[in-house]
Structures are given as C-alpha cells and as structure tokens.
Design a protein around this ligand. Structure first.
Ligand code: HEC
Ligand code: HEC
Length: 382
C-alpha cells in the first residue's frame, strides 16, 4: 500500500496510511469500534505551528497549517481580491462570456453540473470540471497531468490552452489586459496586490492573483467537521454508519480519499486506476504522450462538497454519488452491496460546507460598482 502523508509545507504530523490500517486491523480485533479508531486517526493531524507569511489571515480551521505559497507570489488581501475579480470576469475569454466561474460555480462546490463543458469557441470539453476546495495543498493538479504542479501554472491552461480550448484567449493578446488595467477597481487593486510592479495588469500578474484567491478556497466547515470537533448531533446516524464504512476494513476509502482533504493529492502521484474506464479517442490518460503508459490513472478528487458537484468522475459519466461509488470496481474492495450505498452517500453529504459554497467572500464581486474594503485600500500601493 502506498504510504500517505498529510503534511503540508509546514512540518505537520505525518503518518503512513499503511501503518494506520495495520494498527486499526490489529486493534479492531480487540473490539475497538471502527468509528472511534478512525477519529483517533483524524484527530492526530496538524498540530504544527503555522509557518510562512504570518501577515495573511488564512482563517484556517483548528489543526491546519497554511498551504504552501510560492516565494514569488506571497499572499496579501488585495491580491486575493484581485484574483476573485478575475476569477469571475467573463471578459477573460474569446467570447467575452466565459469566466473561471462558468465552470467552477460556488453553489456547486466550484464545479458546473455538466459532464463536460463546451469551451468559449465551441470546442467540446474533454473532462469533467473539478470541484475546487483546498486546492492550495495539492501537489499535482487536474485529473491526469503530473506536470501541472502549481495553481499559477494551472490557471494558464483554461485561459490559453488548446487541448481543449476553454476560455480561448489569444496568446500574447494585450488588448484585454490593457482594457482591465484602465478600469477603476483593477487599477486600484493591481498596484496594491503587487507593490512595486506598476499598475498594469499582465497575464503573469493575473494568474498570480487568481492562484492567491484559489488558495483561500478552504473547505473545513461541513457537518463532518463539526462532528469531528465534538458536536455529536452534527451528522445523522445514517451518516455515522457511512463513516464507519468509509474508514473501515471492507472499503478503505480513506486510503486514497485521505485525511481532512479527502484526497492523496497533498503528495505527488496521487493517481489511481479504479476501473472507471477511459474516454474513447483523445483522452487516454495523460496529455504528455511519454507518460501515456500510465493510462487510466486519475488524480484522486477531493470529496469535499461532493454532493453538490454531480456528475462525477473524470469524464462526468457517473450521474449520481451511488454511480460514482459503484464505478470503483477495479479497487480491491469487499463486496459492495445495495445496503452499503445509502449510508456511504449520507456520509458524503455530510461533507457539504456551506461556508465555502455560500460565503460572499468567495462569490462574485459587484462589477457595476467598484467598492473595495478599507483594509484593502489601506494596503500600500506602489
Ligand atoms: C470550460 C470549463 C472550464 C473553465 C472556463 C475553467 N476550468 Fe478549471 N477545470 C476544468 C476542467 C475540465 C478541469 C479538469 C481538467 C483536466 O483534468 O484535464 C479543471 C481543473 C481545474 C483545476 C484543478 C483542480 C484539481 O483538483 O486538481 C483548477 C485549480 C482549476 N481548474 C482552476 C481554474 C481557473 C483558475 C480557471 C480560470 C482561469 C478555470 N479553472 C477555468 C474546466 C474549466
Ligand atoms: C484506490 C484509490 C481509491 C479508493 C480506495 C477509493 N477511491 Fe473514490 N476515487 C478515486 C479516484 C482515482 C477517483 C476518480 C476516478 C475517475 O475519475 O475516473 C475517485 C472518485 C470518487 C468519487 C467521485 C468524485 C468526483 O468528484 O467525481 C466519489 C464519490 C468517490 N470516489 C467515493 C469513494 C468511496 C465512497 C470510496 C470507498 C467506498 C472510494 N471512493 C474509494 C480513488 C479511490
């Protein structure tokens, strides 16, 4: 079994999932309940003092360390605000109609409700738009490509990528950036977000700001989290049953959907073939042909807000949570019965975090009125 590490940039507590499962199996035979064991495990994460830029208020849940932040893109409130504006700005596309938020909608856990999404120039999408939660911690982004290792790098792909065309911005086009640089809010935010860089918004600064906003999409306030923090009434009995199945020996879902972020993407190579199949034709796994040998392995998606992000899997082929679970046919499970599905689904529904999916600070800005909070205007400009 692959060892799983929960640590982020700061030296938090680490452990191997194999070790835990061994311990759980050994102790399980002595009559200790699965749920209790799973929670002993869960409660042990985090604990290290936060490292990195202390000035930024991450609003982290107890026990979490901040996500790693690239040295050349430190966090500040103006930059996050600029990133939010850009994330929702439909003009960043060939059609003038498609923003990041077209495919990553807050109310759907930052996904879009479609199997795949047609791009701004009409080209069909290739894969399912991923829900975005806690992406700042992920070492490798997207369903398949191990070479996309930072949010800054990733944000270029939808804007400028050609496989498939999503937002379809023409490469090197200064027009849109000149236009935005001349507008009230962007021209006030840009120099505050990037002190010393001047007031002109460039594609490089834009992706940095978008990445900073994405690092704040932290999800850890679901009923599951409240239950874990001691509120026994936060989840239903059915969900607790599902939790025991999720962490238990028959299914071991948490081997891949690890820790508080429910994915092993916090470490490199969190990709697995679960038997969900390949898309015909173009999508044979990786975009990088040299790596095509590893076809059929997909990056474990987080399960945070998963009840909101149907349809599921890399190709959007699973309309319901039940279908997504059943699709794990290639993983060495115990036999999945129809009785297992309702509790597992109830547990997955307890991962819906309304703080992330309804809070205005992650929602669209008011494009008709440039009203910036005083704390942002107070930030040094230039
Ligand atoms: C046309 C729909 C569409 C648009 C527009 C779009 N995305 Fe995505 N996004 C996707 C799809 C599809 C994937 C999965 C890509 C893959 O695996 O090939 C994805 C994946 C991602 C991921 C990886 C998440 C993870 O867990 O690895 C991030 C981050 C992301 N998008 C951010 C953005 C940002 C930022 C923008 C705007 C600059 C954007 N997206 C615009 C459809 C879209
Ligand atoms: C061996 C690793 C592994 C195990 C074990 C595992 N999963 Fe997954 N899971 C994945 C991968 C990889 C995907 C994405 C597969 C794809 O897109 O084709 C996935 C996808 C999902 C999805 C769809 C999420 C989305 O956004 O599309 C759900 C729901 C899910 N898993 C739940 C579970 C449950 C419940 C269990 C235990 C019964 C489980 N998984 C066990 C690796 C695993």
């Amino acid at each position: 079994m692959t060892p799983a590490v929960w640590a982020s940039a700061a030296p938090a507590v680490t452990f191997t999932m194999a070790g835990i499962l061994e311990a759980v199996v050994a102790r399980g035979s002595n009559g200790v309940t699965w749920t209790a064991l799973a929670f002993a495990t869960l409660l042990s994460f985090g604990g290290a003092a936060p490292a990195g830029p202390a000035a930024f208020d991450w609003r982290l849940p107890p026990g979490w360390s901040p996500p790693p932040v690239p040295a050349d893109n430190p966090m500040n409130a103006a930059k996050v605000e600029l990133g939010r504006w850009l994330f929702y700005d439909r003009r960043l596309s060939a059609s003038g109609e498609m923003a990041c938020a077209s495919c990553h909608q807050q109310a759907r856990g930052f996904s879009d409700g479609l199997p795949t999404h047609v791009g701004a120039t009409g080209q069909p999408g290739l894969r399912n738009a991923m829900a975005l939660a806690n992406v700042g911690w992920f070492k490798e982004l997207t369903w398949v490509d191990p070479t996309i290792t930072s949010l800054e790098q990733q944000a270029h792909t939808p804007m400028y990528g050609a496989h498939p065309v999503e937002m379809g911005l023409p490469p090197g086009d200064g027009g849109i950036w000149r236009k935005l640089s001349g507008e009230a809010c962007y021209s006030r935010l840009t120099p505050r977000a990037f002190p010393g860089a001047g007031a002109r918004l460039t594609p490089d600064l834009a992706v940095k700001a978008i990445a900073a906003f994405e690092r704040t999409l932290i999800s850890a306030d679901a009923p599951f989290d409240r239950y874990r923090r001691g509120d026994a009434s936060a989840v239903s009995e059915q969900a607790r049953k599902g939790m025991a199945l999720f962490y238990g020996p028959r299914f071991q879902c948490a081997v891949c959907h690890v820790g508080p972020r429910f994915t092993d993407a916090d470490k490199p190579d969190g990709r697995h073939a679960i038997g969900s199949g390949l898309l015909p034709g173009e999508d044979q796994g990786y975009d990088t042909p040299a790596l095509a040998v590893e076809q059929g392995r997909y990056r474990t998606p987080s399960l945070r807000n998963v009840a909101l992000s149907a349809p599921y899997l890399h190709d959007g082929s699973a309309p319901r949570l039940e279908d997504a679970i059943v699709a794990h046919r290639g993983v060495t499970f115990g036999i999945l019965t129809a009785d297992d599905l309702p509790p597992l689904v109830a547990f997955l529904k307890a991962l819906t975090d309304e703080t992330l999916t309804t809070s205005p600070r992650f929602g669209p800005p008011n494009f008709t009125k440039c009203k910036l909070p005083a704390r942002i205007l107070a930030y040094p400009a230039l």
